[in-house]
Design a protein around this ligand. Sequence first.
Ligand SMILES: C[S@@+](CC[C@H](N)C(=O)[O-])C[C@H]1O[C@@H](n2cnc3c(N)ncnc32)[C@H](O)[C@@H]1O
Length: 234
Amino acid sequence: MSSHPETPRSGLGAALESKQQQQRSFSDYRRFIQNHYDGLPGALTRFTGLVTGHEALAGRLIRESGFDVRGCKSILDAGCGNGRYSWFLLRHADADAKLTAFDLSQQMLKRAHARLKSERVSHVAADLTKLPYADASFDAVVCGWVLEHLPDPRPGLHELARVLRPGGKLLLLCTEDTLTGAMCSRMWHCRTYNRANLKDVCKECGLAFERDLWFSRLHSWLRLGGIIIELRRA
Ligand SMILES: C[S@@+](CC[C@H](N)C(=O)[O-])C[C@H]1O[C@@H](n2cnc3c(N)ncnc32)[C@H](O)[C@@H]1O
């Protein structure tokens, strides 16, 4: 599959955007990303998250007026990284809810485990395009800033839709094809998405759009912070 099939772009954003996905085969790119997150850039995500505010901003999404996980007994943090979203999910989910978290990088899983120190979470090494879970296993899924590591979003979205129960909810966060998004893409060696195109592809994969979410009113006014959408398994 060619890279970025649904977003032919031009201009400064396109010039700035990382070309790693176009320059490597998918298996080579995946190994490169795994090494990237296993290494220093992955170790620094807690620090960079503090500097950019993302550590705190995650808490503005996982709450009653945002992505509400009350009543969800089985929750998945897809591409959990250092456990940033898992931490808020544990805080807001019911006390008897179980959280499953996976990541491609073993080191990120170790970092998440060390951070959370909770028996309610199970950590597993897995690839978003081939999930080791049965159909309809989860009531809610959070997938934060992972889909941009796939040249084609469909295999990942199909897997997320498959493991969600019908009616289950998904919080999807992706790097957007804006200038700031292109700079993030360059830093984290990922692609960007066009908001409208991504919603169409989600629908195609059985994930119905519910609403756009923003970190804050300021982010919404300035259209900053990336694509953050709540979807429902059709
Ligand atoms: C930018 S971090 C986001 C981490 C976390 N979701 C957050 O928002 O803080 C991206 C994470 O996705 C993981 N990742 C990248 N490609 C993946 C894939 N194909 N399957 C599973 N995880 C992947 C990386 O190892 C990394 O931990």
